[in-house]
Design a protein around this ligand. Structure first.
Ligand code: PSU
Ligand code: MN
Length: 306
């Protein structure tokens, strides 16, 4: 890797990878577009701390001035949290951002791609993107799914965002051969809610079992698909289901009325939920992300020592 490379691991991340030490990728769109300021910066720092406490190195990923950074300095983390007009970058946007020396936060799609390129195997996020409600008309399916179908990476999430068509998203994951396992659950998690009520085929109990699945993926070869580890938010930290259903219905109606589409729809709906639940959805979202980050770190440790 040269100094002019458009993919730059931080010194700490590069050293950890070279030594075979555990590293956990973290995304930046949740910081820049998914959470309100100034809480977002606190959360960004907190999540890095959760990874370190478990004995792994955090690699928050973002594009700054055309360079894809894997592992951010404190100043770079502040830019992601505070800079106005930061773009939201999917995998397909990366070469353009590099060419134009643009800056942007990376979604699950772009973060997964860059993590895998850099050699980071484990990634923690909140909820995956997926098939949007109304997809039969507007064809809106998050690029997250396509990247996960072509990237060898383990992603820990609290399911897919409940603003989506969850059964259709699970179907797409099956069709695209993305392996899905529930962590200590028999049902697929519901992002803000402990459960979506939908069944899940595989249940695992330990990070060591997950590391064994990862070894199985590598031993079998074949298409470079991801492993989705679905880790539910604890019941005592979930959003009240009745409140969730009521405010989500309002949010979807508002998006429809205002014609919100494309990249803007996910931040719009998440923001509506935060306001409409008096901040309760934010707490549930954060509880999910924290839990996912802690589990991802344990998986990275099990993977590094296996
Ligand atoms: N998880 C969260 N909050 C978020 C996201 C995930 O808890 O804001 C972001 C991720 O970056 C994900 C993106 O990739 O939302 C999906 O956006 P879209 O539906 O436009 O693909
Ligand atoms: Mn979309």
């Amino acid at each position: 890797m040269t100094h002019h490379s458009i993919l730059q691991p931080s010194d700490e991340v590069a050293a950890a990878l070279a030594a075979g030490e555990p590293v956990v990728a973290l995304e930046s769109t949740i910081i820049s577009h998914g959470l309100p300021r100034p809480r977002n910066l606190e959360v960004a720092r907190e999540l890095e701390g959760v990874v370190r406490a478990a004995g792994a190195v955090p690699a928050t990923i973002a594009v700054l001035d055309g360079v894809a950074k894997v592992g951010l300095t404190e100043t770079e983390l502040e830019r992601i949290a505070m800079e106005d007009g930061l773009r939201k970058l999917g995998q397909r946007d990366l070469p353009v951002a590099a060419a134009l020396k643009a800056s942007g936060a990376t979604t699950v799609s772009a973060t997964s791609f860059l993590a895998a390129r850099a050699g980071v195997r484990v990634f923690a996020t909140g909820g995956l993107g997926g098939v949007h409600r109304g997809w039969t008309v507007d064809q809106d399916e998050s690029a997250d799914l396509d990247t996960l179908a072509s990237t060898r990476l383990t992603i820990v999430c609290a399911g897919v965002k409940s603003i989506l068509d969850v059964p259709a998203t699970l179907q797409r994951l099956e069709t695209r051969e993305v392996t899905v396992a529930g962590y200590r659950t028999d049902t697929f998690p519901g992002f803000y809610l402990n459960s979506s009520g939908l069944p899940i085929d595989w249940r695992v109990e330990t990070p060591e079992e997950i590391a064994a699945i990862m070894r199985g993926q590598d031993a079998l070869g074949g298409p470079e698909t991801a492993l989705v580890v679905a880790n539910p938010v604890p019941v005592d930290q979930q959003l009240d289901p009745a409140l969730h259903d009521r405010v989500l219905a309002e949010a979807l109606a508002a998006a429809d009325r205002d014609g919100v589409k494309g990249q803007a729809i996910t931040p719009f709906l998440l923001g509506y939920l935060v306001n409409g639940t008096g901040g309760a959805s934010l707490e549930a979202n954060l509880a999910a992300v924290r839990g996912n980050t802690a589990l991802a770190a344990r998986i990275a440790v099990a993977w590094a020592t296996s």
